[in-house]
Write a protein that binds this ligand. Structure first.
Ligand SMILES: Cc1ncc(COP(=O)(O)O)c(C=O)c1O
Length: 467
């Protein structure tokens, strides 16, 4: 196949990477742009021409172009074709040992990908104030190697905050600070493996990143079916090899359903009857709009449920701060799983967060962001009713994302059309467990991530591509 690449476009030799046609083409194009062999502004052949040249399906080329547009490598405009983006990538060859950073999005583009809060709203001034106060008051030992559980100041304020705001049974001695949810999940995977657990069940829709992480710890991830009442936890009893389950009870990710009280009770019954463990991912529990907050499942049985919280939605993912509230018997095992290389998170950030929470700045920030996200959610619902009245929206009572139902067979074309217009969208299919049956066509719209200045444009771009 390598020969045929040589006939492509501007007399360029491209080395396809891997075995997939689309991913190989994408990798080759990225490499050509990254190395400067395809200069900014270069017009690429039409997908039809390139497909004919390479002897592959036109859709494969169109998909590769669309994804590279969404990633910011290429731009696509009606009338001027697909071109290499002006600020697509550094011209120097990639450093073989440096991890690859994600290419910037096109300047003119938008992303409604779920997962991030509006990071432009990070409370810089209040955070700096908290950091100044925390560092000024810190005793010298703060700057030494410290407790692998995390700073006691942070664990103490978190215990109070989680009990008050999320109904968690927490005391500082059973809290372990970690580098976000993923770190906690990795540690718990190792603990479960050490306890000879073979399977950690996951919801039939969720993040592949989390499934992959669990698999990497040596656990299988059987799939727990999901319906309009949340995950069907009653079915855990029939999953013989399963010793633990990962749930998003407050706001299922990504479908947005809260776990029904009967399903919560069934999960706890299963854990009590079998000695199983429930991992509760409370990633966006603070952002509830229509009703009283749905309290944490952990409150039902703190010895059977691990509560995992994170600052990634409430403040910023870049902080890499998360916390686990553990059954007492697991605290020592989790600390052992951390080991010397993973001993503790940075003490200054921990103390800053402790001060930020204790001073009331965290509550104020969450309240103000809740208003912002709620307003966006309302604007999304209104815009859909006016401009795409056939599209049903769900999962909107909480969180930073919503699910938009699409007519059957339109999920991929809508995502592609959006990418060609510089709008990054994700479909529900992306989150489906490989063993789950095919489901409905839908978009998962992360309305939290754009900055305030980008939000209206992103919403308008979305409405323009909806069928
Ligand atoms: C379902 C879910 N859980 C947890 C997280 C938070 O992960 P972390 O704390 O590792 O940033 C996210 C963030 O995107 C998420 O979508």
């Amino acid at each position: 196949m390598t020969d045929s690449w040589a006939t492509f476009g501007a007399d360029l030799h491209l080395e396809p990477v891997g075995t997939g046609l689309r991913s190989g083409l994408m990798a080759a194009l990225r490499e050509a742009v990254r190395s400067g062999r395809l200069a900014p502004g270069t017009r690429l052949p039409s997908s039809r021409a390139l497909a004919a040249d390479l002897g592959i399906a036109r859709n494969t080329v169109a998909d590769a172009y669309a994804e590279l547009v969404a990633e910011g490598w290429l731009t696509a405009r009606q009338g001027s074709g697909t071109r290499v983006a002006q600020r697509a990538a550094p011209r120097r060859p990639p450093d073989p040992v440096a991890p690859r950073t994600r290419p910037a999005r096109p300047r003119t583009g938008h992303s409604l990908k779920a997962g991030s809060p509006d990071v432009s709203a990070f409370p810089r001034t209040a955070w700096l104030r908290a950091a100044r106060k925390a560092v000024t008051a810190a005793p010298d030992e703060v700057f030494d190697y410290g407790d692998p559980l995390g700073r006691v100041e942070l664990r103490t304020v978190l215990a109070e905050y989680l009990a008050r705001a999320r109904g968690v049974h927490a005391d500082p001695e059973r809290i372990v600070i970690c580098a976000g949810f993923v770190h906690g999940l990795k540690l718990l995977g190792a603990v479960l493996r050490g306890r000879r657990v073979r399977e950690l069940a996951v919801e039939s829709y969720g993040l592949d990143l989390h499934r992959d992480l669990i698999t990497a710890t040596g656990l299988a991830t059987p799939c727990l079916p999901l319906d309009e009442l949340g995950s069907r936890t009653g079915e855990l009893a029939g999953m013989r090899g399963t010793g633990a389950v990962l749930l998003t009870p407050a706001h299922q990710f990504p479908t947005g359903v809260p776990l029904h009280p009967d399903r919560r009770a069934a999960a706890v019954d299963w854990a009590r009857a079998t000695g199983g463990l429930i991992l509760e991912d409370d990633y966006d529990g603070e952002f509830r709009y229509d009703r009283q907050p749905v309290g944490a499942l952990q409150g039902l049985d703190p010895e059977r449920v691990v509560y995992l919280g994170t600052a990634s939605k409430s403040l910023a993912p870049g902080l890499r701060l998360g916390w686990m509230v553990l059954p007492r018997r697991l605290v020592g095992e989790v600390v052992a799983a951390k080991g010397p290389a993973d001993w503790m998170s940075g003490a200054v950030d921990q103390l800053t967060l402790a001060e930020f929470i204790a001073s009331g700045a965290y509550d104020r920030h969450v309240r103000s962001m809740r208003l912002r996200y709620r307003r966006r959610r309302d604007q999304l619902v209104t815009a859909l009713a006016e401009r795409a009245p056939g599209i049903e929206v769900s999962g909107i009572a909480a969180g930073l994302h919503a699910v938009l139902e699409l007519p059957p067979g339109t999920e991929r074309p809508v995502i592609q059309a959006a990418a060609f217009q510089g709008l990054r969208l994700e479909g529900l299919a992306r989150y489906r467990h490989p063993d789950a049956p095919p489901g409905r066509d839908a978009l998962v719209i992360g309305y939290g991530s754009p900055s305030e200045s980008a939000w209206t444009g992103a919403l308008d771009a979305l409405c323009r591509v909806l069928p």
